[in-house]
Design a protein around this ligand. Structure first.
Ligand code: P6P
Length: 338
């Protein structure tokens, strides 16, 4: 089988399709290398002394795992010196991270959840890194980048991707012209193109949701799930299966490969919050990838990529995956005036 490495793929995309400018290619190669390092530390597990929690909490009020902080540091250090970024933002940091003055600044903004699915770290379940790339649209050279420069709707993304640290370590990328999957050749240390055109099946019989929250959902959400659970005796006329890994990266990766719908809706446990997941570095990159693979992604009411962010760490409801299912549950919410 002809082996196309990530570097060769990115150069061909730049040369043949002009979809990946040189600076963006450099950024993605550096992020991919950082994901290799994160995957290496994740893989050590208890042998690396990196399991367990710290005494600190992140901006989300979540107890930080040692690997959360280590993964964040790996991404910051890898991307500071390259000259391709104006600033970075992370789930693990309250404020944006500007490029130190000793390094040149670039035109891109990098946002990431350095290690998503932390509750699974200590029990050896797949976890991942999610990242999103924006351009510093209105940034004036020499002026300090501010949080406001990051607050762009997801449709402005120029690239998005994730690494999933599972039985295989994989990297999935989009630049707005399809979705591509690379598998890490752990012996050679290179990312090899193994999934050149990832497409989500439009139909599915599988949903992913945390059922323990059912009593807290809004009525249209309960209607959608109740109908799925009714199977062939219900209005859907087919039986559904359920999966919930509690690692968004792992659930989304499954959906990209065999279809399905991933849902984290609003619930009454914290009625003031629109949802649990974060818009800028979880929902937006995953929505970009899912749409590029032929799927759909809404906040149960509107297209995620159209949402105008107001704060860096804002949360959002998420329904993404096979288009027919996302459209149906979104219709139920709009009919109910959700
Ligand atoms: P729950 C992981 O903490 C995460 O942010 C996503 O990766 C995952 O889909 C979700 O939260 C799991 O949430 O409430 O089921 O533990």
């Amino acid at each position: 089988m002809k082996r196309t490495t990530l570097t060769q793929f990115l150069i061909e995309q730049q040369r043949n399709h002009n979809t990946v400018p040189a600076e963006l290619r450099l950024l993605i190669e550096i992020v991919a290398r950082a994901c290799k390092a994160i995957g290496h530390n994740v893989g050590k597990g208890a042998l690396g002394g990196v399991l367990g929690s710290l005494d600190s909490e992140n901006v989300q009020g979540e107890v930080q795992k040692k690997l959360d902080v280590l993964s964040n540091e790996i991404l910051l250090e890898a991307n500071e010196w390259g000259g391709h970024l104006a600033a970075m933002a992370s789930e693990e940091m309250e404020t944006i991270h500007r490029i130190p003055n000793r390094y040149p600044q670039g035109e891109y903004l990098l946002l990431f959840d350095p290690l998503d699915g932390s509750s699974n770290i200590d029990v050896n379940v797949s976890i991942g890194t999610i990242f999103s790339v924006l351009k510093a649209q209105d940034h004036v050279a020499g002026k300090d980048v501010t949080e406001a420069d990051f607050l762009q709707p997801g449709k402005q993304q120029v690239a998005a991707g994730y690494a999933v640290y599972g039985p295989q370590t994989m990297l999935v990328l989009t630049f707005g012209h399809g979705v591509f999957g690379f598998t890490l050749d752990r012996e050679m240390g290179s990312w090899v193109l193994t999934h050149p055109d990832i497409r989500i099946p439009e139909e599915t019989k599988e949903f992913a949701i945390n059922m323990s929250n059912e009593r807290h959902w809004a009525p249209p959400m309960r209607r959608y799930i109740d109908e799925a659970l009714a199977g062939t005796e219900g209005p859907r006329g087919k039986n559904f299966n359920m999966r919930w890994i509690a690692s968004m990266v792992a659930d989304v990766h499954r959906i990209l490969n065999r279809g399905g719908v991933f849902i984290y809706p609003w619930d009454a446990r914290e009625p003031g919050k629109p949802g649990k997941l974060r818009l800028m570095y979880e929902a937006n990159p995953m929505a970009f990838i899912v749409e590029q693979a032929g799927g759909a992604a809404t906040n149960c009411v509107s297209r995620i990529l159209d949402l105008q962010p107001t704060t860096l760490h804002e949360r959002v409801s998420v329904a993404l995956g096979s288009k027919s299912e996302v459209e149906l549950l979104t219709r139920y919410h709009n009919e109910a005036g959700a």
